[in-house]
Ligand binder design. Structure first.
Ligand SMILES: C[S@@+](CC[C@H](N)C(=O)[O-])C[C@H]1O[C@@H](n2cnc3c(N)ncnc32)[C@H](O)[C@@H]1O
Length: 267
């Protein structure tokens, strides 16, 4: 494991963590309480999607990891098909095990989200929804913006994008309030924050490196062309925000806009 100071300066700690046993072991060992709260929040993401329970549709889960968010959507929609995109062989291997009951309803695609441009061939040119859970905060601001534009382009008209992620406090007063409430809920949190071992410091530096406040991210979504943009849920430093690609899209020549037919199964 690199020295903590070097880690803070390095751009590559994200790959060093997630493309290694550090990431997958940490993910498997997370406290039940955190995992339970994440699970509740992913249910809301599923509830926000506009599909009927038995409607066929295809969605992409960006930074899908072991597939916790994708599985939640598959549980809510009996005819949904998931494409799980991630860059970590370790997380994907663990996911293949956890996704066994969903065989035939999903595929994994290797995708490094830091790479702007064309999406991997395993992702269809048009998808009905895109979700991400606890992964976008690993991308720098420039890439968050270009990724949101790529998601918009990949979505069928009317298709939704939802992101569950941690955000940075916008100022020290807010940070103090978040910590106060968090420490009252979890009496061990303060001690944990101040007694990290080297691996925890390494992971923490990576975790917060590109984390930014909520407001600019909502602005990035609007700038990418999404409508219906909202923060659908927020509690302290965790949020679910998203929006949909409009049914009416501007023409390539910049004209007044035309109706783009939705693909089959899209909202
Ligand atoms: C905290 S885990 C969340 C996994 C899953 N979305 C969930 O909610 O359970 C973060 C995931 O993002 C993936 N990830 C981080 N950076 C990535 C990148 N540049 N490209 C693709 N995946 C990335 C990691 O491999 C890991 O699986």
């Amino acid at each position: 494991m690199p020295d903590t100071d070097d880690a803070a300066a390095s751009e590559d700690t994200n790959a060093a963590i997630w493309k290694s046993d550090i990431g997958v072991n940490f993910w498997r060992s997370r406290k039940d309480d955190r995992a339970r709260r994440d699970a509740e929040r992913r249910v809301l993401m599923a509830q926000l999607l506009p599909f009927a329970g038995d409607e066929p549709f295809t969605f992409v889960d960006l930074g899908a990891g072991t597939g916790a968010a994708a599985r939640t959507i598959l549980d809510h929609y009996s005819a949904a098909h998931a494409i799980l995109a991630d860059f970590s062989p370790q997380m994907m291997a663990q996911g293949e095990t956890e996704l066994e009951p969903y065989a035939g309803r999903y595929s994994y695609v290797e995708f490094d989200l830091t790479a702007a441009g064309d999406w991997p061939a395993g992702i269809p040119a048009r998808v009905d929804a895109v979700i991400s859970s606890l992964s976008v905060h690993h991308l720098n601001d420039e890439r968050k913006q270009s990724l949101f534009a790529e998601i918009h382009a990949q979505l069928a008209p009317g298709g939704w994008y939802l992101n569950y992620d941690p955000v940075k406090p916008p100022d020290p007063v807010v940070e103090e309030a978040w910590l106060r409430a968090g420490d009252r809920r979890d009496p061990e949190a303060h001690h944990r924050r101040h007694h990290m071992n080297d691996e925890e410091k390494f992971r923490h530096a990576n975790h917060v490196r590109y984390m930014i406040p909520l407001e600019p991210q909502v602005g990035f979504l609007r700038a990418a062309g999404f409508e219906g943009v909202d923060v659908f849920w927020k509690e302290l430093d965790f949020v679910i925000y998203g929006g949909r690609r409009p049914l009416l899209s501007a023409t390539a020549s910049g004209g007044s806009g035309g109706v783009v037919p939705p693909v089959a199964g899209s909202a």
